[in-house]
Design a protein around this ligand. Structure first.
Ligand SMILES: [Zn+2]
Length: 160
């Protein structure tokens, strides 16, 4: 799924990339008028700005108004658009620059601390910016967050 994400939702854009979705972030310098005249290329527009969402909907652009809390936003996206709340190392994208990543061999990662190399098996490198990622403590925190999002999704689907 492809998204274009309002500037105020930088964290959400990172999450969507981690979940494997191509997510462009709108520059904070753009005015609403400029956003409205953009080519969305079939991407779903995500925002928290109700006024802007109303104007976007008049242009028949797919959009979703997302809640402020990260886990609620992810739950809603999962409920409405079928987004899977799991991290797949084969499809995850660079949270920093939105590019696809490729697995990289431990052998060439000689600039990482030895402990990191020893205690991890999967390393991914961004095809564009070259950042290297692995599944350590931060990853477990992300999984906890996704668990929370899943339980919120269940509550949402049952309605108020
Ligand atoms: Zn990158």
């Amino acid at each position: 799924m492809k998204f274009i994400v309002d500037a105020m939702l930088g964290k959400l854009a990172k999450w969507l990339r981690i979940l494997g979705h191509d997510s462009e972030l709108i520059s904070p310098d753009l005015m609403d008028e400029e956003i409205l005249s953009m080519d969305f290329n079939g991407r779903v527009f995500l925002t928290r700005d109700k006024e802007l969402a109303k104007r976007v909907s008049k242009r028949r652009i797919n959009y979703l108004l997302v809640p402020e809390r990260q886990e609620e936003a992810l739950a809603l996206l999962s409920l409405k658009l079928g987004l899977r709340l799991r991290i797949d190392p084969r499809t995850t994208r660079c949270p920093f620059c939105n590019s696809p990543m490729s697995p990289v061999s431990k052998i060439i990662l000689n600039n990482l601390p030895r402990e990191v190399i020893k205690s991890n098996n999967i390393f991914l490198r961004c095809n564009k910016c070259g950042n290297v990622y692995w599944f350590a403590t931060h990853y477990w925190q992300m999984l906890r967050m996704l668990l929370k999002a899943r339980s919120i999704k269940v509550k949402m689907s049952l309605g108020p």
